[in-house]
Design a protein around this ligand. Sequence first.
Ligand code: NAD
Length: 482
Amino acid sequence: MKSQKIINPSNGEVICEVGLADKDAVDAVLEEARRAYDLGPWRNFSLAERKEILLKISQGILENAQALAQLETINTGKPIKESTFMDIPSSAQTFQYFAEHLQEYLVEEKVEIKTQIASASAALIREPLGVAALIVPWNYPLLIASWKVAQALAAGNTVILKPSSLTPLTALELAKIVERSGLPKGVFNIVVGSGQEIGKALCSDNRVDMISFTGSNSVGREIVSFAARYSKKLLMELGGKSASLVLKDADIDLAVNGSLCSIFLNQGQMCTAMSRLLVEDDIYNKFVDEFVDKVKRIKLGPGEDFETQMGPLISEAQRQKIYQYVGLTQKAGARLLCGGKAPDEPALKKGFFFEPTVFTDVHPQMSIFKEEIFGPVVTIHRFSDTEEAITLANNSSFGLAACIWTKDISVAQEISRRINSGTIWVNTYGMFFNEVPYGGFKQSGFGKELGKEGFLEYTRLKSILTDRTENSQPIVRYWYGF
Ligand code: NAD
C-alpha cells in the first residue's frame, strides 16, 4: 500500500504517514456505499432516528474539540485560535443544526389542482439522491467536510468523503466519531488519496449519484466533464477574487480591522478572501496608512502558539506560487508597500511562512487583479464614486463574495443588489451561519451549501400525482372510447 507523509507546515516536520487508497480500495468503497444506500436501512430510518445520530456526531466533535483543534492546526498551520474558536465548534454546530432542522426541511408538501375537466392532488416528497461523493480542499479540512457530511447524511444519502491528501487527519478522526455514533455500516465512507487518481475514480463512476465539490476551478472543470458522462447531480464551490468596498463614510477603524481579517485570516487561504480592497478617494491615504501600519504588526508564528496571528502557508509549493505572483506584479509596475517575501526570523525558517503583503498601483488588466492567489496578498485601489467601485468589483470572472464598509445601511443595501456575488457582508467579514445559504456566482461555482436551499441540494424532489376527478371520470378512462 502506498502512503504519504503528512507535514506540519509550521516546521516542515513529518507528523505521521497515512496509507493511500488504490483503485481496488476505491472500488470496494463505492460498492459498500452503493449497497448501503440501495439495501438500506439508513434512508428508511425515521427522521427522529436520523436526528439522534447526527446529534451524537455533533457531541462527539465537541467532546474531542481540543484534540481536533490541535490536529487541525499541526496539519494546516492555521493559528490554534482559529481552529479552537472557529473551525471545530462550527463543525459540531453544523451537525447539530441539520439534526434539528431535517424534519422541518423534509416535510411533504401537498398541491391541489382543479381544472375544468379534472382534479388531482400532488404529493411533493423529498428523497435522498443516493451515493454522494464529497470532495474537499485543504484550507478548512474539518469544517467543509462537516458541512457536506452533515447535510448529505441528514438528507438520507450514503457518503464517500475524500479529504485533500495534504490534510486528511481531522477527517480521519471524524470517521472514528461517526463510527461511534451508531450510523449503519457503509453509510459513511472515507478514502484518502490523490485527486488525480482517487478523486477522478469517484467522480467518473456510475455508482455515484451526486458530487459535492469544493476546490479550485481547474479541478472543478475536470469534475464537470467526468460527471457529464452519467449526468450526475453537481454542487460546485470554486474559487474567488472578492472585492471589499470601503466608502468615504465608513468607520475607518472597523474597516481597517475587518479588512485585515478579510485577507489575512487563515493566511489568506480562503475562497472568500477579499484580495481586492477598493477605497474611496477621500479616505484613501488615511486608510492605506492605518492598514499598512497594522499589517506590519501582525505576529507570524507557528500555528500551535496561541499568540500567533498568522501561521505558515500549507506547503512550499503554495509559497512558490505566491512568490511568482509577487514577482510578476512587481515587474508589471505595481508598488509593494509591505511583505512580498518570507520572514527573516531564524525561528520561522523551517516553516512555509510568507509575510502579509500589500500592493497599490495595480491595474485591472494585471493578473494579480484577476486571478485567485490563495495567499496573504492584497491589492488596494482607489475609486471616486460608487459607480466606479461597483464596476471594479464586478470586473471579475468570479462572483463569490464582497464586503461593503459604510455607515449608511441603505446605500450598502443598494450596492449589495448590484454586485454579482453570492454573499455580501456589510460592515463585517466571514459570517457564516448554518441558516444562511452560501455559494458563488459566475466562475465561483453553482449550487448552495447550508440553509434550507443548501440542504435541499442533497435531495431530489418527487411528485406523486393522484387523479381525483369526481364520479370516476378521469380523462384516461374514456380517451380511446373503449
Ligand atoms: P483542489 O481543487 O486542488 O483540490 C480540492 C480537492 O479535489 C482535493 O481533495 C483534491 O484531492 C481533489 N482533486 C484534485 N484533482 C481531482 C480530480 N481530477 N478529480 C477529483 N478530485 C480531485 O483545491 P485545493 O488546492 O485543495 O483548495 C484550494 C481551492 O479551493 C481554491 O481555489 C479555493 O478558492 C477553493 N475553495 C473554495 C471554497 C468555496 O466555498 N467556494 C472553499 C474553500 C476552498
